[in-house]
Design a protein around this ligand. Structure first.
Ligand SMILES: C[S@@+](CC[C@H](N)C(=O)[O-])C[C@H]1O[C@@H](n2cnc3c(N)ncnc32)[C@H](O)[C@@H]1O
Length: 204
C-alpha cells in the first residue's frame, strides 16, 4: 500500500490512542471535503443494508461518528433517532453542530460510556479499522448489545488484510453469541479502488 492509497499515512502504522486522536483532531476541518472528493461510499452502502434489517424507528448509536457523514447517510435512508459518540473532540464537535443527532458525547477508548442494551442498533462506519480503533473494539461493541440487537460495521481493504481484525470477527461468530446476517464487499474509496466489507451481526 502506498501513501497515495490512504488519506492519512500516520493512521496505517502502530500508534497510541493519543496519536490517533491527534491525527483526527488535525483532520477534522478538512475530513468531509477530502473523503467526499475521493468517493467515500461505505456510509451509504452500510445505511442501505441496515435499512433491510432494522426498524427505522430504532434508536441507533453511530459509534465513532466522526463529523457526522455516517449519520447523514443513515438519516437519508430514514433512520430518525440517532445518537453519536467519538473519542476525538474536534470531529465530534462537527457532528454535534450538524444537528443530525439527538445526543452526542465524547467517549474514551477505555469507556464507551453507555449501558448494555441502550441501543437496538449500533453502527461503526470506518471505525473498527487499522486506521482507527483496534480489533478488540469489535467484542466491546458486541458486549454492549442487548439480545436481538444489531451491529452494522465496515472493514476496509487494509483491515481485511490484517489478520487480527478478521480473527476478532471469526472468533465472535464461532463463539455463538452473534450470528452474521450479511457480509458483502463493495466500493469504499472509489478513486483508489479500495473496497470494504459491510457486515451486519445480530446478538443472540
Ligand atoms: C475514518 S473516521 C470515520 C468517521 C465516520 N464514522 C465516517 O464514516 O465518516 C474514524 C473515527 O473513529 C474515531 N475513533 C477512533 N478510535 C475510536 C475509539 N476507540 N472509539 C470511538 N471512536 C474512535 C476517530 O476519532 C474518527 O472520528
Amino acid at each position: 500500500m502506498t501513501d497515495k492509497n490512504v488519506l492519512r499515512p500516520q493512521l496505517w502504522k502502530p500508534r497510541t490512542v493519543e496519536e490517533t486522536i491527534s491525527v483526527y483532531a488535525d483532520w477534522a476541518d478538512t475530513y468531509d471535503k477530502e473523503v467526499t472528493e475521493r468517493g467515500y461510499k461505505t456510509p451509504a452502502r452500510l445505511a442501505d443494508v441496515l435499512a433491510k434489517f432494522a426498524d427505522k424507528q430504532s434508536l441507533v448509536l453511530d459509534f465513532g461518528c466522526g463529523t457526522g457523514i455516517s449519520g447523514a447517510a443513515l438519516k437519508t435512508l430514514g433512520f430518525e433517532h440517532l445518537h453519536g459518540t467519538d473519542i476525538t473532540a474536534e470531529m465530534l464537535d462537527k457532528a454535534t453542530a450538524s444537528g443530525l443527532y439527538e445526543k452526542t458525547w465524547l467517549s474514551t477508548a477505555g469507556d464507551m460510556d453507555f449501558e448494555q442494551g441502550s441501543y437496538e442498533v449500533i453502527v461503526a462506519v470506518g471505525v473498527v479499522s487499522l486506521g482507527a480503533a483496534p480489533p478488540e473494539t469489535l467484542s466491546a461493541l458486541i458486549d454492549k448489545l442487548g439480545i436481538g440487537g444489531y451491529l452494522a460495521f465496515s472493514y476496509n481493504g487494509p483491515t481485511l488484510e490484517d489478520g487480527s481484525y478478521v480473527k476478532a470477527l471469526d472468533d465472535e461468530i464461532a463463539s455463538g453469541r452473534v450470528e452474521c446476517l450479511f457480509r458483502k464487499n463493495g466500493p469504499h474509496l472509489e478513486d483508489v479502488g479500495m473496497n470494504s466489507d459491510i457486515i451486519v451481526l445480530r446478538r443472540k
